[in-house]
Design a protein around this ligand. Structure first.
Ligand SMILES: [Zn+2]
Length: 235
């Protein structure tokens, strides 16, 4: 996108888009934001959370990073942007839903089967957060799809290691959703813990929220135990 086109778009936002939402934004400024959903998604430009969920201003608290990873909760006070956002969303905004959304053709997941550029030291370290989701096979389209899905489940498990997340999930005040967006089909597959697989939203019975709030995972138990053997991570 050329620089001048960016300026053109900024002006268009102010003249064409903003007027339709003026009162909504005014309310959001006066009353503050009260989003009920934390959306953790991959940075990929083809993943558009507002289109998928039909959400408008003030409805989604968004965190995006390479491959929609959740760093482990280690109790340290470091520069962990995603961890800080999770803490803020849960403790201050009191969100009721956390969505982890991966997608098809994810470059971050594909990179798990290759070597990032040597100077990308942060990327190399970051990608390790998906390592457990990889399969000991060649990265065929099928293997990549499974790795993408397994990674979503792995990140849900990590979320449950955040004390403020786990306690709310166990009390039924917070539900976790694992989504895998298939770009070419315009379909989101939602993770169903009880069935142990991803189910297309078009025939799913829920958006992935039921199992966690109704039947919390026992401490120390991996939800991978519920998944098809072939999807289980190599631990
Ligand atoms: Zn991606």
């Amino acid at each position: 996108m050329p620089g001048d086109e960016l300026l053109e778009r900024l002006r268009k936002f102010n003249t064409d888009f903003f007027p339709q939402y003026r009162s909504r934004f005014k309310d959001l400024v006066e009353q503050g934001q009260h989003p009920t959903t934390l959306f953790i998604g991959c940075s990929d430009s083809r993943l558009v959370p507002y289109l998928l969920t039909g959400a408008g201003p003030g409805e989604l608290f968004l965190v995006r990073n390479v491959a929609a990873f959740v760093p482990p909760y280690d109790g340290s006070a470091g520069h962990h942007g995603t961890a800080a956002a999770i803490e803020f969303a849960v403790l201050s905004l009191d969100v009721k839903h956390i969505i982890v959304c991966g997608h098809s053709h994810c470059g971050g997941i594909r990179a798990l089967y290759g070597e990032p550029p040597p100077e990308a030291t942060n990327l190399k370290a970051w990608l390790e957060l998906g390592r457990e989701a990889t399969l000991p096979v060649q990265p065929s389209p099928e293997a990549l799809r499974r790795t993408e899905e397994r990674s979503v489940v792995l990140q849900l498990e990590r979320l449950m290691d955040y004390p403020m997340v786990r306690s709310r999930v166990e009390q039924g005040g917070l539900s976790l959703h694992g989504w895998h967006y298939v770009i070419e089909d315009g379909e989101v597959n939602v993770f169903d813990v009880k069935q142990g697989c991803f189910v297309p939203a078009s025939r799913a019975e829920h958006s992935g929220d039921g199992p966690y709030s109704l039947d919390p995972v026992d401490p120390g138990q991996s939800i991978f135990n519920e998944i098809d053997e072939a999807w289980r991570p190599q631990r």
